[in-house]
Design a protein around this ligand. Structure first.
Ligand SMILES: C[S@@+](CC[C@H](N)C(=O)[O-])C[C@H]1O[C@@H](n2cnc3c(N)ncnc32)[C@H](O)[C@@H]1O
Length: 294
């Protein structure tokens, strides 16, 4: 039996009313998206900007009568807003897994590959990370993860102690272990990320070299390489926590940063670290730095 989605194109001032109307009609989820391809970048703290034309989408249970829902909307919405209504049926499937159908082996740098479980690249010297992110972030398809993976592929990680702060699916932690790191600590504040990292580490036969910890757990510094692919504002807030975790002359790799935010993030760490020029992919930046010797 298919699921059903209703869409309305609303002005920002109308969005809260449309959201609560959909919720009052029993929508299973209500999401907002861009109706006109105008990106909203990471907002300042406390702000939740919306698009000029916001597409509000409500997902309804399979058994709902669409005629009844549309009649209720017609009565309660201004005519011009009701005129934007469109409907869509969605085939029944495991939505959290559906994207995996398009997940193909991807190469990062010279020899590092990320593959969905069971798939293999056609390359003799491939170093494979077998990955099922579950509900956690980190498949390699996002530029921020890709930038980190390419850097890792080009680095000599043999024997290093690595910290992956914000491990998500565990993709960077596992890549570091596969590339020769002696030990990796993977930290996240999301329990689903911790679970995905544990499962992926086991699947890649590197579980004995990866310790997976909740972010409030005490960490035994120093680390020779600290990875943190988190959003810029969080990286700035975490600077006092992250800075002392790197060994003198240890490496720091920061991502999740839009190019316009690179200077603000670097400034939060510059007292302790010397930065290389940023690396850019699309509008995202990777910052590499080395901790100053004490
Ligand atoms: C963009 S994802 C990166 C995942 C993966 N490392 C990658 O490179 O694809 C950021 C991760 O950081 C985690 N995170 C965000 N803020 C955090 C915090 N303050 N402490 C620990 N983890 C955090 C999120 O839960 C998420 O899993």
């Amino acid at each position: 039996m298919p699921w059903m989605q209703l869409h309305l194109i609303a002005a920002p001032a109308q969005v809260p009313m449309v959201e609560s109307l959909f919720e009052s009609l029993g929508a299973l989820s209500v999401t907002c998206g861009d109706a006109a391809d105008v990106p909203v970048l990471e907002p300042p703290p406390g702000e939740t900007p919306l698009w000029g034309h916001t597409r509000v989408t409500a997902l309804f249970d399979r058994g709902r009568d669409v005629g009844v829902l549309e009649a209720a909307l017609a009565v309660r919405l201004p005519a011009a807003l009701f005129a934007t209504l469109s409907r869509e049926t969605l085939p029944d499937q495991a939505w959290e897994r559906a994207w995996m159908d398009d997940f193909r082996p991807m190469r990062f740098g010279r020899r590092l590959w990320v593959c969905p479980a069971g798939k293999r690249p056609d390359a003799q010297d491939a170093l494979v990370v077998d990955l099922d992110p579950g509900l956690a972030f980190g498949t390699g398809t996002h530029p921020t993860t890709a930038l980190c993976l390419r850097w890792l592929d080009g680095a000599d990680l043999k024997g290093l102690r690595v910290l992956d702060f914000g491990c998500g699916s565990g993709i960077l932690a596992i890549a570091a272990a596969r590339l020769g790191a002696a030990s990796v600590v993977a930290v996240d504040h999301d329990p689903q990320a911790l679970e995905a990292t544990r499962e992926n580490a086991a699947k890649n036969a590197v579980a004995e070299r990866i310790r997976v910890l909740a972010s409030q757990a005490p960490l035994t510094a120093p680390f020779d390489l600290v990875l943190a692919n988190i959003l810029a504002l969080t990286l700035v807030e975490l600077a006092p926590v992250i800075c002392p975790l790197a060994a003198p002359q240890g490496h720091l790799l920061l991502s999740g940063i839009l190019s316009a935010q690179a200077e603000e993030v670097a400034a939060a760490y510059r007292g302790e670290f010397h930065f290389d020029p940023p690396q850019l992919e699309q509008d995202w930046v990777l910052l590499h730095a080395v901790r100053r010797p004490h």
